[in-house]
Design a protein around this ligand. Structure first.
Ligand SMILES: CC(C)(COP(=O)(O)OP(=O)(O)OC[C@H]1O[C@@H](n2cnc3c(N)ncnc32)[C@H](O)[C@@H]1O)[C@@H](O)C(=O)NCCC(=O)NCCS
Ligand SMILES: Nc1ncnc2c1ncn2[C@@H]1O[C@H](COP(=O)(O)OP(=O)(O)OP(=O)(O)O)[C@@H](O)[C@H]1O
Length: 236
């Protein structure tokens, strides 16, 4: 099985691409944002640690005991130290859940598994996947879409965008780039050519793994390549 990383900046269109990969190309996608919500549900140890760290004021007052996501977001997207504290609580649980998701995909006999991770590059998880698909949107369009979607102010949108690696720096880590600066139809067309190349290239790796010594060699060489921080040639 080949594991692919899907990333971008906030509101660049990862979820839109993720939905197309699942519905149009039947690829299983493990969504880190969904897992990050699951691991902080009422009764979880992560939520208890969040309350210990940030206080009970980050819980909703409706009696549900659920996290007040808007309140916590307003705290951590304007304070790097607090964002790192939250990441230290949530990310290990998300990583473990993603690993379990990948194992389930492998046990189901999937040939490809996609990890949709907004912080794939920042968290260094990019080093452990076969290839990286980057959804790229020019910053001005990114801000506009984020403000429209979240009905947020430009200041709030910028605080979230600035909490991530600048999108143009993520291009260096991408093996496949889907440019999302046009219509949804343009996005689908761009994704179609990326999926075609991806299937061809992973197909060769997949065939190699049928001959175990070569398969192990190819997998080990990709991992060594990544661990040595050498970037694979970028296919655009
Ligand atoms: C702060 C929280 C509660 C705000 O929740 P909210 O529903 O408003 O946002 P949501 O979770 O849908 O995230 C929306 C987008 O914000 C960005 N984002 C979220 N968390 C972070 C972070 N810690 N650092 C940078 N960007 C982030 C991502 O692009 C994400 O796709 C939530 O974002 C959170 O728990 N973040 C910490 C966990 C995390 O890092 N998640 C990112 C994927 S692993
Ligand atoms: N090509 C497009 N044309 C118009 N709107 C788009 C296009 N692509 C995405 N959008 C819209 O932009 C917003 C952000 O897209 P999406 O939610 O897929 O981004 P994301 O990268 O998953 O965001 P997040 O990081 O918050 O999860 C959504 O409202 C989506 O409908």
């Amino acid at each position: 099985m080949i594991v692919i990383g899907l990333t971008g900046g906030i509101a660049t269109g990862k979820s839109t691409v993720s939905s197309l990969l699942q519905t149009k190309y039947q690829m299983p996608v493990i969504d880190a944002d969904i897992l990050a919500r699951k691991v902080v549900e009422p009764g979880t140890s992560a939520l208890r640690r969040i309350v210990q760290t940030f206080g009970p004021e980050v819980l909703l007052t409706d009696g549900s005991g659920a996290l007040d996501r808007k309140k916590l977001g307003s705290i951590i997207f304007n304070d790097e130290k607090k964002r790192k504290q939250l990441n230290a609580i949530i990310h290990p649980a998300v990583r473990w859940a993603m690993f379990c998701g990948v194992v389930k995909c492998w046990l189901r006999g999937e040939s490809i598994c996609v990890l949709d991770v907004p912080l794939l590059i920042e968290s260094k998880i990019w080093r452990y996947v076969w290839g990286v698909i980057l959804v790229y949107t020019p910053p001005d369009i990114q801000i506009e879409r984020l403000m429209n979607r979240d009905q947020s102010s430009k200041e709030d949108a910028m605080s979230r965008i600035n909490s991530q690696l600048p999108i143009h720096e993520k291009l260096d880590y991408a093996n496949y780039v889907v440019v999302n600066d046009g219509t949804l139809k343009d996005l689908e067309e761009g994704l179609s050519s990326v999926v075609q190349r991806l299937r061809t290239e992973t197909g060769w790796t997949w065939r190699l793994t049928w001959f175990p010594p070569l398969g192990i060699l190819s997998a080990a060489s990709v991992l060594a390549y990544r661990l040595l921080w050498v970037k694979l040639p970028v296919q655009r």
